[in-house]
Design a protein around this ligand. Structure first.
Ligand code: WT7
Length: 635
């Protein structure tokens, strides 16, 4: 019997039980049967959850790109590996076969090797969503260099912080990138960033926008002539299971960003296994995840997960609103996409537009929908289900984190019955627990607590680059011996999990524990409301009171604000209870969001408190200008 694929609920429970009772046997079998190894492991796992030392598949030897590419060539050489859908719909899409991917990655790998990049070197990649980004990432993995993709929307200072933390010698970038109607001067940003990065010796530049750029002699080179001269085959580096594969930064609630380090074999096994089950991928499907490869979602579920399974994966350069609000749906029909993975933010931003933008497309190719990044509120869930999935495609609300490497809690489409706003059940191998304030495990159902994971899984991050103590302190100290996710969750009467948001998003009002997400859900159901964010602020009597920042749909903007405020509070009263009513409401035109779509609540909290002095690091904001607008609106 194979454990790689779950076909029905009974089988899910069977696999799940096996994975808890005999985790070693479970992962041993999956790793053994579904990958190509130079050498197998001596031991499946070794761990100490106090010191946060975790190793999987000890002493195994492998190269992840052999598994992503080479082993498919015999059967799938002419199959499309990557469909590139450019920003401008008038530019032709590119279909890159597995054979072509092999040649491109080989050329890139040969160039990097010839240019002196060695196993273990950190290579920073600052590229737009073009196929070269995939080639660069895979070429690093091919030669054992550690890739660190920096989202090509980050500012020069964010880039230099990361490059310096990694002490990278090599940067791969482009002359520019397209995003909707804008083009971004990537090379200019790199030039500015590199004024403060003494470690950098070489910059390789991909041509994309043909814009005028400056090339610094001795440092900068166009990559194309080097690729033209390179051989189109390459012998992969033999990597140890625990050799670093990549480092990806995630913002901490305080301090500098954390470079989460993922290693080779465990990440490979976990990203492949979760992709296979969550997306129920079948041989001729076309799979599309709209994330950016600069985030973990793009690493695990645009590149590694799909390619490990020999899938066809779409790389989309553009944005959901360009040239119009129908772009996602147009691309789905155009490429006959079967699995579609996006974020609640994207869904809400499209749901607030006229539904004709989506209803005019057929979308008959869709089989599975998925969502990630934040809790998907009920209204957005239904819109996604009704307008996109036409009530026929199950929605996988996938909960996971940069740190977890892959999806942890999610319905398995066609297997797990879904329930709006619930991430439902853990995948086999994942052992979630809810903890109370006294650090005790909460047993039973219909309970809430801090979400921890009590047993290691292959895809987990192994450390924070250069700061293992911070890794221990952040994730393994709050609840000793367990991995603490930072999220709160409830477990319902059947054992389904609902993520209630970051534990620090909970506001205690008059002694009542209020999650901000359900209140936002209630408000968002008001027909005039497009989006909202709730934070707590100090209150003399109640301890904390609630402050709501609310974006109105266009038609709401003409309405009387006082009436609207009253109606919104009535909505909250009837949905949650009068305790959750907002003390203050401010109508705003936008909310401060990180580039991964998360509201930066710490800024809203400061504004709500009337403390305009120090907003901390705002370099990861997509729309920094909104902070002043909200602040001034409050003055
Ligand atoms: C945090 C991790 C994992 C890729 C994208 C974000 C929140 C993520 C869900 C979900 C509720 C979710 C959590 C988590 N989150 N998915 N389906 N339901 N919350 O990665 O930037 O590392 O953020 O995103 O709060 O801890 P990330």
């Amino acid at each position: 019997m194979s454990y790689y694929k779950i076909d029905d609920l009974e089988q899910y429970f069977k696999h799940y039980k096996k994975s808890v009772r005999e985790p070693r046997k479970f992962w041993d079998k999956i790793a053994d049967e579904n990958f190509t190894w130079y050498q197998k492991w001596d031991k499946v796992v070794e761990f100490d959850m106090q010191t946060a030392d975790v190793k999987w598949f000890l002493n195994a030897k492998v190269n992840i790109t052999k598994n992503c590419i080479d082993r498919h060539l015999a059967k799938r050489g002419e199959k499309t590996a990557i469909i590139f859908e450019p920003n401008n719909p008038k530019e032709e899409a590119r279909h890159i076969t597995y054979n072509e991917l092999y040649e491109q990655v080989s050329k890139w790998a040969n160039v990097l090797r010839e240019q002196g990049v060695k196993k273990g070197d950190r290579v920073c990649i600052y590229l737009p969503m073009i196929p070269e980004l995939a080639f660069a990432v895979l070429a690093c993995a091919r030669i054992g260099a550690v890739h660190s993709v920096i989202f090509a929307g980050f500012s020069a200072s964010a880039v230099s912080t990361r490059v310096n933390d990694l002490e990278s010698k090599v940067i791969i970038t482009a002359d520019g990138g397209y995003r909707g109607s804008k083009s971004i001067d990537l090379k200019g940003i790199i030039d500015e960033a590199l004024e403060k990065t003494p470690s950098v010796e070489k910059v390789f530049v991909v041509k994309r926008t043909n814009s005028e750029i400056t090339m610094k002699p001795g440092r900068d080179q166009w990559i194309q002539p080097l690729l033209d001269d390179a051989l189109n085959n390459n012998v992969a580096e033999i990597m140890d299971a625990e050799d670093p594969l990549f480092i990806l930064y995630t913002s901490g609630s305080t301090g500098k960003p954390k470079g989460m380090l993922h290693t080779t074999a465990g990440y490979m096994v976990y990203s492949a296994y979760t992709f296979k089950n969550i997306f129920q991928y079948e041989e001729n499907d076309v799979y599309w995840c709209t994330a950016d490869i600069g985030w973990i979602t793009g690493h695990s579920y645009i590149l590694y997960g799909p390619l490990l399974n020999g899938a066809t994966t779409v790389i989309f350069e553009g944005v959901p609103s360009y040239p119009d609000f129908g772009r996602f749906w147009e691309v789905i029909d155009k490429h006959k996409v079967s699995q579609f993975y996006t974020s609640p933010t994207a869904i809400r931003s499209l749901a607030k537009e006229n539904s004709e933008w989506v209803d005019k497309y057929k979308l008959t190719s869709l089989k599975v929908l998925a969502s990630v990044g934040e809790p998907i509120n009920e209204e957005a869930w239904h819109w996604y289900n009704d307008h996109v999935g036409k009530k026929k495609a199950p929605i996988a609300d996938t909960w996971w984190q940069t740190e977890t490497g892959g999806i942890m809690i999610s319905p398995i489409p066609f297997v797990t019955p879904t329930k709006p706003t619930y991430a439902t059940l853990p995948l086999p191998g994942v052992q979630p627990v809810l903890m109370d304030e006294k650090r005790n495990e909460i047993e039973g159902n219909q309970v809430v607590g801090s979400l921890c994971i009590k047993f290691p899984w292959p895809g987990m991050a192994r450390t924070i680059w250069g700061d293992h103590q911070r890794f221990v302190d952040t994730y393994f100290s709050t609840f000793p011996g367990k991995y603490f996710t930072g999220d709160g969750a409830l477990r319902d009467e059947v054992g389904y999990y609902r993520i209630t948001g970051r534990v620090d998003d909970v506001v205690i009002v008059s002694g009542h524990n209020l999650g901000t997400a359900p209140i936002e859900d209630a408000i968002n159901e008001h027909p005039a409301v497009a989006e909202s964010a709730i934070v707590g602020f100090p209150h003399a009597v109640k301890g904390n009171a609630l402050y709501g920042f609310i974006i109105l749909k266009e038609f709401g903007e003409t309405r009387d604000r006082d009436n609207l405020s009253n109606e919104i509070n009535q909505f909250i009263s009837s949905h949650i209870g009068p305790i959750a009513k907002l003390d203050k409401i401010q109508f705003v035109s936008g909310l401060p969001k990180t580039r991964s779509g998360k509201i930066m609540r710490r800024i809203l909290r400061k504004i709500a408190e009337g403390d305009f002095s120090n907003f901390g690091d705002t370099s990861t904001l997509l729309n920094p200008e909104i902070v002043d607008e909200i602040k001034n609106g409050k003055l």
